[in-house]
Design a binder for this molecule. Structure first.
Ligand SMILES: [Fe+2]
Length: 187
């Protein structure tokens, strides 16, 4: 099958097969990653409306699919120039594929043991770019910041084990050493 033939319906079918067969998140990521890359390259995936970003949030999530139980969620995310996220986790596995432009990921190591509600101390671990066609995988407790350092809107494909507004994930204020749950605006 060429990339041309690999559409959303086939990708979702493959996600359902993988997540029904596997329980180990690392194995799921290994199997989903090449398929996400193939789907991200499929023609016609990018729509003009994706470039009109949510200015207040700094980025827009365009939901392509989620199962009835919020599983196997697929988004195109559009990032405004010089905007991005706070440090956050996902509380589910995730696969990111660069589509257009670039997203800059900063990874953080948690230093505290998480036993004090609302408190979190993070330390810089590593940074790297995600360029078109490159993949980046997150485990449920991984913490990263995403930023668009370019001067144009960047697009990336994000696939999660569960829609990230339903996982109870958290974001962090690194300077204030705080942690809180949050939900995102979905376009
Ligand atoms: Fe993320």
């Amino acid at each position: 099958m060429s990339d041309q033939d690999y559409d959303l319906a086939q990708y979702v079918e493959d996600l359902r097969t993988i997540t029904s067969e596997e329980t180990d998140n690392k194995v799921i990521l290994q199997r989903v990653s090449p398929l996400a890359k193939k789907f991200a390259a499929s023609p016609g995936l990018i729509k003009d409306e994706y470039y009109a970003c949510n200015v207040e949030q700094g980025y827009s999530l365009h939901l392509l699919h989620e199962d009835e139980d919020h599983g196997n969620a697929v988004f195109v995310i559009a990032w405004l120039p010089d905007h991005g996220t706070q440090a956050h986790n996902h509380k589910t596995w995730g696969v990111v594929v660069g589509m257009e432009g670039q997203e800059w990921e900063t990874w953080w190591q948690r230093k505290d043991d998480g036993s004090t509600p609302g408190f979190a101390e993070l330390e810089l671990q590593t940074e790297h770019a995600v360029d078109p066609g490159q993949t980046s995988c997150v485990m449920p407790e991984d913490i990263h910041t995403v930023w668009n350092k370019t001067d144009a809107v960047s697009l990336s494909l994000h696939t999660y084990g569960k829609h990230i507004n339903f996982t109870g994930r958290t974001e962090f204020d690194i300077a204030a050493k705080t942690e809180k749950t949050y939900v995102l605006a979905i376009e």
